[in-house]
Design a protein around this ligand. Structure first.
Ligand code: GLA
Length: 483
């Protein structure tokens, strides 16, 4: 058993802006952009060239307002504390494409399953601030399944009528006031996500949107949600198991179209486990991300397999269009069968670093789905390494290319906006092994600088090649700047 090695150095007390360089919003949609910055507190924010219609809160870094006109704004974000100042340019694009970088946040499913309630969601929002996750760009707080009424249940808490007389979807008693909940989340500079199914019931047997799609989408917008996960589930029964492309696309075309008409931006996450090569048409039907496979679930020994499969769809990864290999499950996690009794994840520290490295190289949505109330130092260090997250949030939106280095070793190379490249080297084998690679074998030009992103260290002597002993199921993540 390996030791828990903390590879990441202590965060610098000097200010650093961690937000992505690009942000998309539709004309007229309410803007809520929170400048993510690390460094010693108190920290103050300012912005140069902020367009008219937007205002910045100097203490929280929240930019709010509305922009009616299409176009691009170059804003300089500034974060200052007693030790200095950090500046970064933000390209704010008012247009049709949203989610210009992979969405980041938390989802309730792999922590609480059906034991989710209003308080747990509020606690997760509080923890996102307190733990500092928000300072690294994590923003969405998403309710997964089980917030609506359970079908055929006489439990007074989750049973009852599914809709009111006007056809409006009802929550179960664990969610007494959705609007108050999203207000609470938004006030913290965070965004709120919700879940339903195009079928009559969800995967866990709660009321779905079938034949009430327009009503429900309007309800989500009125409640103030910013993201919808739309999970196939019982829709399979509606179409009697048919899986031709038209059938697979139909419910997503319907919901995608309805969401675009709402008065706020609502990201659409397609969850249909990759059927019909969803990566080929997910964006066209109005989605910003789509699960490329079934649930990663508790089978965390499948991380490498799932990642390599997901990376096959790299051509479909670009700003506004993301392949989703499922959630980050480290720290304390639960699953549906334990009904919300999270316990420590079963994977080693090396596997956790590899997990995060792979997800960042693939430009995957970064949704943590463990217990926000029990984020220990090690878990936070895996989730919040700013140089690693920069690879995920890079504005090019590229998914790395996989290059095999042997039976059980492989490299991943991702082009970044500034012309540099992120390079991951992985050992998915059961034994520790030496991994050696010449940059020329990866078709990379000779670098002038090579940096270890987990350790925040420039490496001397890696001019033409790199070698390291990698434990089982481990990786290194480097960044190379060409001469
Ligand atoms: C499916 C999804 C999961 C989760 C559950 C909820 O299995 O793939 O991510 O949303 O449904 O029931």
């Amino acid at each position: 058993k390996e030791e828990a090695v903390i590879l990441t150095p202590k965060p610098s007390p000097k200010p650093r802006i961690n937000s992505a360089r690009v942000f998309g919003v539709r004309p007229g949609s309410p803007v809520l952009y929170t400048i993510a910055a690390s460094g010693q507190r108190p920290l103050w924010f300012s912005a140069e060239n902020l367009p008219e219609g937007l205002t910045l809160n100097r203490e929280t870094g929240q930019i709010t307002g509305k922009l009616a006109k299409r176009g691009e704004h170059k804003i300089t974000m500034v974060a200052t504390n007693d030790l200095g100042e950090a500046r970064k340019e933000l390209r704010l694009v008012v247009g049709d494409t949203i989610a210009l970088t992979p969405p980041m946040g938390w989802n309730s499913w792999n922590c609480w399953a059906c034991a989710v309630d209003d308080k747990k969601i509020r606690d997760a929002a509080d923890a996102m601030i307190k733990s500092g996750l928000i300072n690294h760009g994590y923003q969405y707080v998403n309710i997964d399944d089980c917030w609506m009424v359970r079908l055929n249940s006489d439990d007074p808490v989750v049973g009852g009528p599914r809709r009111d007389e006007a056809g409006r979807l009802l929550t179960n008693k664990r969610f007494p006031d959705m609007k108050a909940l999203t207000d609470y989340i938004h006030a913290k500079g965070l965004k709120a996500g919700i879940y339903t199914s195009p079928g009559p019931f969800t995967c866990a047997g709660f009321a779905g949107a079938y034949q009430h799609e327009a009503h429900d989408a309007k309800q989500f917008a009125d409640w103030g949600f910013d993201l919808l996960k739309y999970d196939w589930c019982s829709y399979g029964d509606v179409v009697q198991g048919k899986q031709d492309l038209d059938t697979l696309k139909k419910p997503y075309i319907l919901m995608g179209g309805i969401l675009k008409k709402q008065d706020r931006d609502i990201l659409l996450n397609l969850c249909q486990y990759g059927m019909g090569d969803v990566w080929k048409w997910g964006a066209e039907v109005g989605g910003q991300s789509w699960r490329t496979a079934g649930d990663l679930g508790f089978e965390l020994d499948r991380i490498f397999e799932v990642a390599l499969k997901n990376a096959e769809h790299r051509d479909y990864s670009r700003p506004g269009s993301w392949n989703d290999p499922d959630y980050l499950q480290i720290g304390y996690i639960g699953d549906a069968s334990t009904g919300g009794h999270p316990k420590p994840c079963p994977i080693t520290p090396s596997e956790q670093y590899a997990f995060m490295s792979l997800w960042c190289l693939m430009a995957s949505p970064l949704f943590y789905s463990g217990d926000m109330g029990r984020l220990d130092e090690f878990t936070l260090n895996v989730l919040c390494n700013p140089e690693v997250i920069d690879v995920n949030q890079d504005a090019l939106g590229q998914c790395a290319k996989v290059l095999p280095l042997g039976d059980e070793q492989f490299a991943m190379v991702k082009d970044l906006e500034d012309g540099s490249r992120a390079v991951g080297l992985f050992n998915r084998g059961e034994l520790a092994t030496d991994v050696a690679v010449k940059w020329s074998d990866l078709k990379l030009p000779e670098p002038k600088r090579v940096r270890d992103l987990w350790r925040h260290k420039d490496l001397d002597g890696a001019v033409t090649q790199f070698s390291a002993k990698l434990p089982r199921h481990a990786g290194v993540l480097l960044r190379l700047w060409a001469k």
